[in-house]
Structure formats: structure tokens, C-alpha cells
Design a protein around this ligand. Structure first.
Ligand code: ADP
Length: 272
């Protein structure tokens, strides 16, 4: 059966608060589901989910392992097709990958043969941007993620946190409208993770990008999100929605944050 035309979603496109590229996109996810064919039948990974994300919103998704969080991010990124439903980003139905929507993983996928500057410039080079402009743009984002002084370092010379900073700078340099983050800090120690929370928050505030951030760490979700969606065990569907209106920047030591996290955890565990 053919689907109705995508709803009209206004393209945002305006400049970010600090003049660092464009603001984020609105995202409309309508009845998106995913099943995988297996030897002995079909596995429903993701039940139909519908989510509207505001331009510039920081949306966190928490859920148990295997509930379809990564699958949903891949579908939003256009890396795999949905089995049902559709995703509309900036007014256009998503039908494949685009530099408008960048997916960041737990393991920062940097090119080991390039230094930090080369990695951050990579997407700009692909676009045929002049060397001078590339260098200027790369430096702006390297400074933004606090990697100044490490422009000439290679992947093996960087800590886990620095690799993630470089990956974020590389993503931002190509000015996506949407950052999709799949447990990006899951492999880092607690101290580095806390610092990166603060840094990501200030990068987000400066750029006004839309962020969809997947984690199984409820406190992390409350520390970062404007809103937290709770997914059920597979097949994942939304079982809770929490608006987090605590002032920023948020401290993990704040008892209000702990209280919100406890509420969310209760929904999460009651479904498991
Ligand atoms: P999460 O990110 O929440 O841990 P995933 O989206 O990675 O969950 O996976 C959801 C379910 O779909 C899991 O049961 C997983 O094994 C299955 N799955 C994911 N990708 C594939 C694939 N390419 N082929 C078959 N099954 C898959």
C-alpha cells in the first residue's frame, strides 16, 4: 500500500547561535519498524515507533541491549531501510545516507593514516573546498572540541576521549543538520565521560544542532537530554517519555538529576 505524502516540515537552515554552520533539523519519525529475515523466520527488531524531534533538540533514547536503538539510528541515518513507516528530515523523506545526518559510534572511526587535522578536513576535501578554507574550518572545530595542540597527532597517539573529540569535530566540520550518537562515550572511563558530557553540551549549545543520542546509561541521558525516551525490550517501542527541564549545565551529583534518573530507571526495569 502506498504511503501518504510526507507532512510539510519546515526546513530550518538558519545560522547556529555562534555562527558555527547551520542549526539542526526537525525530524519526523512515523511508524518506523524493522524486521530481519532469519533462517527460522522473521525477527522483529523494532516495533512501529513515532517520534517528532524539534530543530535543535537534544533527544536521548534509553533502552535495554538489543531493543533496536542502533537499528533506529541506522534507519534515521539512511544506512538501512525501514521495513515500515518513514523518516522525514528537514521536510524530505530519508531514502539513503547523507552528509546532513552523521552517525557517531562508540568506537570513533577515524582514519589511522591521517592526523587529527587530516581527519577533520576529510569531508571538506571530498567536497572540493579550497585548502585555505579547509584549514580554517578544521581549526575552528578542533578548537571547539578542545583539541588545539593535537592537530598533528595520529589516532594511536590519542586517548579514547580525544578520539571521540576528533570524531565530533570531523562530523561538525561538514555541517550536518543532525548528529546521531550511538553510545559514543560507552567505552570511556567515568571521569573522561563527565568531561565529554560538558563539552558535548557546550558544542551543542554553540552549534544549535539536533542531536539524537542513544545510551543505556540513564544518568547520562538525564544529564544531556531535553527529553528522554524509554524503549521496551525487543521489539523496541516507546514505553516512557520524560521532559528534562533541569537547568544546564547539569551535575551528576545534583539530587534532582538522580531523582529523574530513578524515575526513568523504574520504567525501564518494570518492562524488563
Ligand atoms: P540495540 O542497539 O538496542 O542494542 P540493535 O538495534 O543493535 O539493538 O539490535 C536489535 C535486534 O536486531 C537485536 O536482536 C539484533 O540481534 C538484531 N539485529 C540487528 N542488526 C541485525 C542484522 N543486520 N541482521 C539480523 N539481526 C539484526
Amino acid at each position: 500500500m502506498s504511503k501518504a505524502a510526507p507532512p510539510a516540515v519546515s526546513a530550518t537552515g538558519g545560522p547556529s547561535p555562534a555562527g558555527l554552520g547551520r542549526r539542526g533539523t526537525e525530524l519526523h519519525i512515523e511508524d518506523v519498524s524493522k524486521s530481519y529475515r532469519q533462517k527460522d523466520g522473521t525477527l522483529l527488531a523494532l516495533a512501529p515507533v513515532s517520534i517528532d524531534v524539534r530543530a535543535g533538540e537534544f533527544l536521548c533514547i534509553v533502552g535495554p541491549s538489543g531493543c533496536g536503538k542502533s537499528t533506529l539510528l541506522s534507519i534515521i541515518a539512511g544506512l538501512e531501510p525501514a521495513s515500515g513507516g518513514m523518516v522525514v528530515a528537514n521536510g524530505r523523506a530519508v531514502d539513503g545516507p547523507s552528509p546532513e545526518r552523521i552517525l557517531l559510534f562508540q568506537e570513533a572511526a577515524l582514519f589511522p593514516w591521517l592526523d587529527v587535522c587530516g581527519n577533520v578536513e576529510f569531508g571538506l576535501r571530498e567536497r572540493g573546498i579550497s585548502r585555505k578554507e579547509r584549514a580554517r574550518t578544521a581549526q575552528r572545530y578542533i578548537d571547539l572540541v578542545h583539541l588545539s595542540g593535537f592537530e598533528g597527532s595520529y589516532v594511536h597517539q590519542l586517548s579514547g576521549g580525544m578520539k571521540q573529540r576528533a570524531a565530533i569535530a570531523r562530523a561538525l566540520a561538514i555541517d550536518p543538520a543532525l548528529l546521531l550518537m550511538d553510545e559514543p562515550f560507552g567505552a570511556l572511563d567515568a571521569l573522561t565521560r563527565d568531561r565529554l558530557h560538558e563539552e558535548l553540551e557546550s558544542v551543542w549549545a554553540a552549534t544549535g544542532k539536533t542531536v539524537v543520542f542513544v545510551t543505556h546509561n540513564v544518568r547520562e541521558a538525564v544529564a544531556l537530554g531535553d527529553r528522554v525516551l524509554v524503549f521496551s525490550p525487543r521489539p523496541g517501542h516507546i514505553i516512557g517519555e520524560f521532559t528534562i527541564d533541569l537547568p544546564r549545565s547539569r551535575s551528576l551529583q545534583d539530587h534532582r538529576l538522580a531523582d529523574r534518573a530513578a524515575e526513568i530507571l523504574e520504567v525501564l526495569t518494570s518492562a524488563g
